[in-house]
Design a protein around this ligand. Sequence first.
Ligand code: G6P
Ligand code: MN
Length: 445
Amino acid sequence: MRLTVLGGGGFRVPLVHRALLDDAQDPDSTGRRTELVLHDTDPGRLAAISAVLAEQADRRPGPAPAVRTTTDLDEALAGTDFVFSAIRVGGLAGRVRDEQLPLAEGLLGQETVGAGGVLYGLRTVPVATHIAERVAALAPQAWVINFTNPAGMVTEAMSRVLGDRVIGICDSPVGLCRRAARAVGADPDRADYDYVGLNHLGWLRRIVVDGTDRMPALLDDAAALESFEEGKLFGAEWLRALGALPNEYLHYYYHHREALGAIREADATRGEFLARQQEGFYAKLAGGAGTGGAFQAWDATRREREETYMAESREASGGWQRDSCDLDGGGYDRVALALMRAIARNERTTLILNVRNRHAVPGIDADAVVEVPCLVDAGGARPLATGPVAPDQLGLMLQLKAVERSTIEAAADNSPRAALRALALHPLVDSVHAARRVLEAAAHR
Ligand code: G6P
Ligand code: MN
């Protein structure tokens, strides 16, 4: 079986490789028989990451996937079985501008939420659509697992070409679910989760263990509630008032003022921090030859990145530290592998994924990509009916879906009107005039 990773020189690729190595321990695993094809537009990054993977494989006994690298998209895609798309169009420099242009207008500057997310989407959708078209031409049977952000709108754009053959993933819902299950003393693998939303805009409504919903008891227990990341982030009082556990990205909505304040006060945006950090890592490994210690250099950088994740949000909500349980969310690499296994081996399982709604969420149209629990097997991922959604949640979902679709339209038709609509309709953009100025600044960058 062949797995093609687009964005194969990306910093998180060793996590996917590690998950394949873990999987390869199992005699009839997917990892054991996998050929890994890494595609990237930057040969230097490909060389650096290949060196990390080679050392990673050396450190492990047993079989490892064969690795091949290429900068040619068609060559990477031809005849492949699975495509992981994890690209960052415009690189981290693009992310920094997506953060800074809105901040200059007093608006939230964030990778996927608010004006920054719209700017990122405008740049990414055309590239993602082109990839979808090449997959349709060269590997029509392949499954595309999309983690390219903004994952909801990018998956929806790709689904217009690939239908249900593209499935979007994110690590934040599974992380929330597992942390909440542990907080009620349950085995995270034995609970059922009632989660509904769009990517980076969802709510965990029930945690069902042995037929009983443990959410009411969790909401009653302030100590348990504030023992894990989302509980600390939102605080027991608000979670009780809301009656559900929001995805960590809802922090930018529910605590918009504090989140914006913390980002403005920080010495650097998240993108600037990562750019500096990763520049160091890639520079160290430039050229690819003689890269002994590549894995250690990568691993040290990875730890630092994880520890600083959502640091401004933590600062804005009381300055608490992440602990090891908060870091163990299941990881996007493991979500990707679980999805690939379920499809390749027809092992039926339930995962929270981004797929077309069909009739799962009432009030949302059938073609809209939503993030909900799905039943996965060799036939792909089918969304499970969620039942009615509270008006405040449905309202936000509909509003954000309109923003996503305007962004897709703007990117597809090169339409300035649609771009203005996308930006100005975002609930975290408080002025049409500011939206227009952000677009003008983005056009001149
Ligand atoms: C989580 C989200 C991703 C997002 C990432 C940002 O993993 O699910 O969608 O890209 O955080 O992390 P970073 O370390 O790049 O700020
Ligand atoms: Mn995500």
